[in-house]
Design a protein around this ligand. Sequence first.
Ligand SMILES: O=P(O)(O)OC[C@H]1O[C@H](OP(=O)(O)OP(=O)(O)O)[C@H](O)[C@@H]1O
Ligand SMILES: O=C(O)c1cc(=O)[nH]c(=O)[nH]1
Ligand SMILES: [Mg+2]
Length: 194
Amino acid sequence: MNTEDVLNEFRDAGALLEGHFKLSSGKHSSVYCQCALVLKDTWRAMKLSAAFVEKLKATGVDVDMVVSPAMGGVVIGYEVARTLGIPGVFTERVEGQLELRRGFEIPRGAKILMMEDIITTGLSSRECIESIEAAGGHVVAAGCLINRSGGRAEVGVPITALATIDAPIFDPSEVPDELKNIPAVKPGSRGLNK
Ligand SMILES: O=P(O)(O)OC[C@H]1O[C@H](OP(=O)(O)OP(=O)(O)O)[C@H](O)[C@@H]1O
Ligand SMILES: O=C(O)c1cc(=O)[nH]c(=O)[nH]1
Ligand SMILES: [Mg+2]
């Protein structure tokens, strides 16, 4: 699948949103990729994961386990792990910090794929990688469905993205007037319980 094929799956699922969004990083954007709406269509989840795994395998990387940050990473992480035939677990926020819970364990030195739905600034990916390393895993690769940083986000390991796009983001103080006129919505869950 090329980038346009991936974006068409998002469009067909009504998941490529336009408006005024406050992102997880605190940045603002006029575009939001709502992965949950794509992945609710189980056939799309299978198709996108299969294409991702093909791309990941082409990099030659070998992984023992997939770890994803909740919420956005859970479904895609599970589906990618299922496609690879390896365990898939997730980290979740406890007082703001990503942690392994529910009895999930990472065997010491296991080679881990950190799997996200979206990478914008890479902040959540870096936090998840830190939590995996703290739990004894060795993160050898990062993956996502859409890297919307234009490929500029850095997470400390190579990133395999099914699609890479360059979707503009703005600091809160630099939001353009046409966006300011639209009330901002925050679809993601970071900070919801604070
Ligand atoms: O690269 P970044 O700048 O970190 O942005 C991308 C992150 O933002 C979203 O998660 P969010 O924190 O909104 O919560 P969610 O996964 O619960 O939707 C998305 O699922 C990624 O985890
Ligand atoms: O940066 C984010 O928070 C973000 C952007 C996006 O397009 N989709 C998403 O789920 N999160
Ligand atoms: Mg997330």
